[in-house]
Design a protein around this ligand. Sequence first.
Ligand SMILES: [Zn+2]
Length: 134
Amino acid sequence: MEVAEAAVVIDHDDQPTYWHLPAGRTAASIPDSRDLWMVLWNGRERLAGVAHTHPAGVDQPSSIDLVTFRACEDGLGRRLSWWIVTPTEVMLCSHDPTDPRGYRCHPDPVPHAWVEPLRRHSWPATDSSAREES
Ligand SMILES: [Zn+2]
């Protein structure tokens, strides 16, 4: 399995409702997907936010992430929670007009059940046998 970004849509009950694992994912980006937008739009009444992984461990949103956050919120007409999951951390980013980027991120202490499955979709198991195979 290649290391690749993955994303999951989360509802108001902190349940994953859609795993976004498109072909063409890389360790640095997820291709723009009309499918993902339609999932967000169709599920907007119960939508809490979207989590995605940063396999390289960067715990802050990329410039593309920030554009995506803003575009989705503009399209839906409301704010969402945006989680960034690294191999070691879970950051929760939300709109904050006082931040120059428009979003501020904090470590999220909530033990979301979807974090480990999302990590498993993004990079191989970290035990030594898996590493040797890749
Ligand atoms: Zn990102």
